[in-house]
Design a protein around this ligand. Structure first.
Ligand code: NAP
Ligand code: SF4
Length: 676
């Protein structure tokens, strides 16, 4: 008997069967837009099909040019397009998987001057104002969706997903704010849903009965004036009647000011609305958003809240997720930590998507770990993420690897990150590497500082220096006073006063400010009800509030905090594209005072003296926390030209502390280990 019987149970759709309840949700990878990238796209999906995923959904492809998200985005408009896609669908079918093509019309989210929508109302997140679609354009767009689905069938897809959520075109028609039409395509909910319902009917007529039509519906808009649950249920029932096979959950519009997928969102936070809609329909429904581990997924299914679970990012992080669940290797899952740094941030920056914890994602044909025929003796010095990545990849290839860590445990900077409220997921990465160290046979030596002499004496072939960073110290008068602490001291639990100045507003300055807003010992992760209250989400899944929004209730902060930077740009401008706004909103809500263009003068018993706009000021604070970046630690590296027995390599923060981040550290470790 499996530990996850519901998750692994097949689902019979009548004309076809899904082998389990795991759906890989749509994620635009940037490989779908050009046919010459399809070999890479095929390898990416094939690896996940091989990993046991029951059903996968591609990134969005538009049914016509007006529907492009970006100029020259991917389309499925011609026979040639369909034939090109066969490379992808065949690769998936070879491994027993099933795949749907997502049809996405961006509407007013289209980042180009030809965008269209229900009414000519600009989105707050796009400079381009859309043109209102005419009646005949609506009718021709319905045909475009049907043609696209028919071509998808020709291209070997098992079905299509019609993207009707997250604020894209079909969602815009359903919205009473964006759809202000007075013709048959607007007005009450019957009128507003007419366009998507007609699309489903036309697609069904074009593809026949034996083809999956999944519709992604916004179950909670999280925008002002959004739909109520009554309206959502009315739409879901109409879509069912029109011929859908599956209903997928969409949560929040892209312009919603409520986080829906970042790491601080509690796991399965939105499953209540899926369960609510499930009561009213008979087609299987897919739960989505912040489901990353099998216990969460199994509980959703066992409790009857959904029929399937969708995970996009978790399957980017670990293509073998399902196989590991099926073979009782859950502790080997490389868990998605919901950081968005290498996936959504890349997609929104028009870069190829990958994964911070799995640099092979979308690089399956380029970053290949082959067994070595010449095993080498490799020392890795430093048990942070760069070192652990290098050590485990090298050992998995057959090298003899010893990992030296000066501290009592592995994890490095991730041990600091995981104590920040909302970053609890980071501990999963340490758990994963701990298991991989054991599994790949890396010899781990904790509490062991090493010198060059040690390395040379032990006769290693290679020494990988991953010794990381130390916090940069402040060089002003009073910097050595006891009330001046580094971020590392604070995150390790050093006592902090009630009025605090945080110097440096990079990722860590924001994290530390957030950490200091809350009382020590606050439950982690944050209980769902508290989180919903803080972000103003209606806790009733059968919500009658518009868009599921209520007035936010913010807990008063336990400290008064000043967050400072020398630059004159907005604070937090360098944070992640899809997560930075959440951090800024959190600090603003808790009245953190943000000052820019600051120069730091001295610290005295009265507080921190600064100059802003040419004026000297005293910030009367009890504690100054320095979050001014890091400096590399690389004493182990030989000087240039120095002769050594082993070959030395430098990676991660030890190589470059500026803009140090875990994404680069893990990738550098893996790439080096793949080459050795
Ligand atoms: P950081 O992003 O480089 O920020 C440090 C800040 O300190 C700089 O923005 C700089 O701003 C200031 N600074 C630099 N030298 C200084 C000096 N001598 N005196 C006073 N201020 C100085 O570094 P971090 O915040 O330590 O973060 C390290 C890395 O971890 C980041 O690059 C990021 O990739 C990663 N991280 C990311 C997140 C996230 O939310 N995604 C969270 C945590 C960490 P001014 O010069 O303008 O004052
Ligand atoms: Fe998950 Fe971060 Fe990887 Fe994206 S980059 S899949 S959020 S771990």
């Amino acid at each position: 008997m499996s530990d996850y019987p519901h998750l692994l149970e097949p689902l019979n759709l009548g004309f076809t069967q899904l082998k389990n309840r795991v759906v890989m949700g749509s994620m635009h990878t940037k490989l779908e837009d050009r046919f010459y990238h399809y070999p890479k796209l095929a390898a990416y999906f094939a690896e996940r099909a091989k990993g046991g995923v029951g059903l996968m959904i591609t990134g969005g492809v538009s049914p016509n040019r007006a529907g492009w998200l970006l100029p020259m985005g991917g389309t499925m408009n011609t026979m040639g397009d369909a034939l090109n896609h066969r490379l992808v669908t065949h690769a998936v079918h070879r491994h027993g998987g099933k795949i749907l093509l997502q049809i996405l019309h961006a509407g007013r989210y289209g980042y180009h001057p030809f965008s269209v929508s229900a009414s000519p109302i600009k989105s707050a997140i796009n400079p381009f104002k859309p043109r209102q679609m005419s009646d005949s354009e609506i009718l021709s767009t319905i045909k475009d969706f049907a043609r696209c689905a028919k071509l998808a069938k020709l291209g070997g897809y098992d079905g299509v997903e019609i993207m009707g959520s997250e604020g894209y075109l079909l969602n815009q028609f359903i919205s009473r704010t964006v759809n202000q039409r007075t013709d048959r395509w607007g007005g009450d909910v019957e009128g507003r849903m007419r366009f998507p319902v007609e699309i489903v009917k036309a697609v069904r007529a074009a593809v026949g009965e034996k083809f999956i039509i999944c519709y992604r519906l916004s179950l909670i808009d999280l925008v002002h004036n959004g739909n109520t649950m009554d309206e959502v249920v009315t739409i879901a029932k109409a879509l069912e009647k029109a011929g859908i096979t599956l209903l997928n959950t969409g949560i929040g519009w892209h312009e919603a000011r409520v986080p829906t997928i970042v790491t601080s969102v509690p796991r399965a936070a939105f499953v209540g609305v899926t369960a609510e809609v499930r009561k009213h329909i008979s087609v299987p429904i897919i739960a989505s958003n912040r489901i990353n581990m099998p216990d969460t997924a199994e509980k959703i299914l066992a409790d009857g809240q959904a029929d399937l679970v969708s995970m996009a990012r978790p399957l980017l992080a670990d293509p073998d997720w399902v196989n590991k669940v099926a073979t009782r290797r859950v502790d080997e899952i490389n868990t998605c930590i919901a950081c968005n740094q290498a996936c959504l941030d890349h997609a929104f920056n028009n870069q190829r998507v990958t994964c911070l914890v799995n640099p092979r994602a979308c690089y399956e044909t380029e970053l290949v770990y082959v067994k070595t025929r010449k095993p080498r003796r490799i020392a890795v010095v430093g048990g942070g993420v760069a070192g652990m990545s290098a050590a485990t990849v090298a050992a998995s290839r057959g090298h003899e690897v010893t990992l030296f860590e000066a501290q009592a445990d592995i994890g490095g900077q991730f041990n600091l990150a995981r104590v920040v409220p909302g970053k609890e997921e980071f501990h999963e990465t340490i758990r994963y590497f701990r298991k991989m160290i054991e599994k790949t046979g890396v010899e781990l030596r904790l509490n062991t500082s090493v010198s060059r002499e040690d390395m040379e004496k032990q006769g290693f072939d290679d020494v990988i220096v991953a010794t990381g960073v130390v916090p940069r110290q402040l060089k002003i008068d009073g910097a050595n006073l006891p009330q001046v602490l580094s971020y590392a001291d604070v995150l390790k639990g050093a006592p902090v006063g009630h009025r605090v100045a945080v110097i440096g507003a990079g990722g860590i300055g924001f994290d530390v400010s957030e950490f200091l807003l809350h009382p020590a010992g606050q439950p982690q992760p944050q209980p769902l009800a508290d989180w919903e209250r803080e972000w103003g989400i209606d806790p009733n899944p059968n919500y009658s509030t518009e868009g599921g929004l209520v007035r936010a209730q913010v807990q008063p902060p336990v400290r008064e905090i000043f967050l400072l930077q020398r630059k004159t740009t907005s604070l937090g401008a360098g944070l992640g594209k899809t997560s930075g706004w959440v951090h800024r909103a959190q600090l603003n809500k808790h009245h953190v005072r943000m000052l820019r263009g600051v120069s730091y003068e001295r610290v005295t018993s009265e507080g921190l003296w600064i100059i802003v706009d040419g004026q000297e000021q005293l910030l009367r604070v009890d504690t100054v926390v320095v979050c001014a970046g890091q400096e590399s630690v690389r004493e182990l590296m030989p000087a240039e030209g120095e002769t050594t027995g082993a070959k030395y390599h430098l990676i991660g923060g030890a190589a470059l502390a500026a803009e140090l981040d875990a994404k680069r550290a893990i990738r550098e470790g893996a790439e080096l280990a793949a080459r050795l």
